[in-house]
Design a protein. Structure first.
Length: 340
């Protein structure tokens, strides 16, 4: 039988010390991290970016099939992604948890091992947070602080008519990974002896359970001398994010179905589920890819960057927001992704 350490045996401050012991400072902007009433940060020559995410058990994740280490990793990544979407760099996070009595210290060690792994890979300092008891399951609130150069920070409102619309990676895989996990969960409930079948679908599971933030794309754009005119990360679905940029920039857009990047496993799984793969790519969400616009004059430079696909162009606002199908037909884009 595995040892189980009750959280009450450590107390709140003992638990925080246990979880944050031996954290190493990675950034010069972190003057003081965990251990006092507040962290101390210093940004003399940069603009500070701040984002926060709230994740609720039963709404944003299901611990039936999400390992706690993966959950910790993903919880950090979704915040890093928001900072990269501003053309910035994440530097610090604070982590607050609501914890029910069914969790032991060892469970939280697993969660924190994922958090720490993400922080180590992306060079981010964990500088504080809080814990509380919870009557509704596991609750995670993470705030991420980043930095950006004043003239290089990218907002959603800078897209201009004739700009190119670009996207990194491929779309829809995270949603299909979720559908796969939900399917296996339903089968599990109906069988005593059950082994889930994930063979040949590892990429879909990885995209759902262990996504990555596109730090590499931000670096490649900088190396190519490209500063996007507008940018957003794809958390709610391509269609929703495009409409955000169009609204904030007062523009329209045209994107082309045949140019939307889709992985083979995504297409294969969509066929098994009798789902339209382009509908999934437009509305699935949780891809955490970067959607951005660049001037038409940057076409050759951006087209040469591996991992980026030009999928359309920005138009005048009165022309609306449309997907152009393979047959040339136009379909108005609708925000059908994640909603509260």
């Amino acid at each position: 039988m595995n040892n189980r350490t009750e959280i009450a045996s450590l107390g709140e401050f003992g638990l925080i010390r246990h979880l944050t012991d031996r954290l190493e400072i990675k950034n010069n902007s972190t003057l003081f991290g965990v251990g006092d009433d507040a962290a101390v940060l210093n940004y003399p020559d940069k603009q500070v970016l701040v984002t926060t995410d709230l994740l609720m058990e039963g709404v944003h994740f299901d611990l039936m099939y999400v390992p706690l280490k993966h959950l910790g990793y993903k919880a950090a990544i979704v915040n890093f992604s928001d900072i990269y979407a501003m053309n910035g760099h994440p530097k610090q996070i604070t982590v607050s948890l609501g914890i029910s009595q069914r969790f032991a210290v060892e469970d939280l060690d697993e969660f924190y091992s994922g958090l720490k792994l993400a922080c180590d890979i992306y060079g981010v300092d964990l500088v504080g947070g809080d814990t509380s008891s919870s009557l509704t399951g596991f609750t995670i609130s993470i705030t991420c602080i980043g930095e950006g150069e004043k003239e290089k920070i990218v907002y959603r409102n800078g897209a201009k008519d004739t700009d190119l619309i670009c996207v990194s990676g491929d779309l829809g895989a995270a949603y299909m990974g979720l559908q796969l996990l939900e399917r296996e969960k339903k089968i599990f409930h109906g069988q005593k002896h059950f082994t889930p079948d994930f063979s040949g679908k590892e990429y879909l599971l990885e995209r759902q359970l262990k996504p990555e933030a596109r730090k590499d794309i931000i670096q490649l754009l900088k190396q190519s001398g490209i500063t996007p005119t507008a940018m957003i990360d794809i958390s709610d679905g391509l269609s929703s994010e495009l409409l955000h940029i169009s609204k904030e920039s007062n523009t329209g857009c045209r994107i082309y179905e045949e140019r939307i990047p889709i992985d083979f496993q995504t297409a294969s799984m969509a066929e098994q589920f009798s789902m339209n793969v382009y509908t999934i790519a437009l509305n699935g969400g949780e891809d955490y890819e970067l959607l951005f616009t660049v001037p038409l004059t940057a076409h050759d430079q951006v087209a040469a960057i591996e991992g980026i696909r030009i999928i359309g162009h920005v138009t005048k606002p009165e022309l609306g927001n449309y997907l152009i199908g393979r047959d040339g037909g136009e379909v108005a884009l609708q925000a059908q992704g994640w909603k509260m």
